[in-house]
Design a protein around this ligand. Structure first.
Ligand code: MN
Length: 209
């Protein structure tokens, strides 16, 4: 299925692409930057009005997205709030830079982690396609990132009665490690090696020049 104009409508309606450096995205999935092998996941650190991490999964030619205030944990005991946000275009997975402060999502973005993922079974349920599993409110994925690895469950918990509230929970497997805290100990972008503060400084410098 191509993401089509409808799927990215919310994404585009919220942004002024003459002012924001974010990608407009393609309407056809074969115009995307990646078309082979496993789908990808990406975690982008985003210094918007509140610092958060955007967790995104490639699903049917676009990026299903959640804003995770505390970022992903490697400790299976943590249940991290993940607020569902609008689908993003596939080429957003490479986006790193600074959105002008007075624009939607204003602030700097880095690609904190990325890699392929695959869906995994939990229990003895049959696997349904990721898009269907998301509609049903529960999907488990195996991530092959540089910083985070192994199984993660996304659960539509509707915490506090809010439809947009999901939970992101690390599964107890070889990627689990309660002593690690990569969100704070490994702050560099996996694309550029820069921290979010360095991206923000560069943008301030460019503006002042
Ligand atoms: Mn964000």
């Amino acid at each position: 299925m191509s993401p089509g104009k409808k799927r990215l409508r919310n994404y585009r309606n919220r942004r002024d692409f003459s002012r924001s450096p974010e990608p407009r995205g393609h309407d056809s999935e074969d115009a995307g930057w990646r078309n082979e092998g496993n789908p990808i996941f990406v975690v982008q650190q985003h210094a918007a009005s509140t610092m958060h991490f955007d967790f995104r999964l490639e699903v049917d030619g676009a990026l299903a997205s959640w804003a995770v205030p505390k970022g992903p944990s490697t400790d299976p005991r943590d249940r991290r709030l993940a607020v569902r946000t609008e689908d993003h275009p596939l080429d957003y997975a490479d986006f790193e830079g600074s959105i002008p402060e007075d624009e939607y999502g204003g602030g700097s973005v880095i690609v904190w982690d990325a890699g392929p993922y695959r869906q995994v079974k939990e229990g003895d349920e049959d696997l349904s396609p990721v898009a269907d599993a998301l509609r049903d409110g529960h999907v488990t994925v195996w991530l092959e990132g540089r910083k985070i690895r192994g199984g993660y469950a996304l659960i539509h918990a509707r915490t506090g009665g809010d439809e947009s509230n999901w939970l992101l929970v690390k599964m107890d497997d070889e990627g689990a490690d309660a002593r690690r805290n990569p969100v704070s100990t490994e702050p560099e972008s996996v694309l550029s090696g820069r921290t979010i503060d360095q991206i923000a400084e560069r943008s301030t410098r460019d503006t002042n020049e």
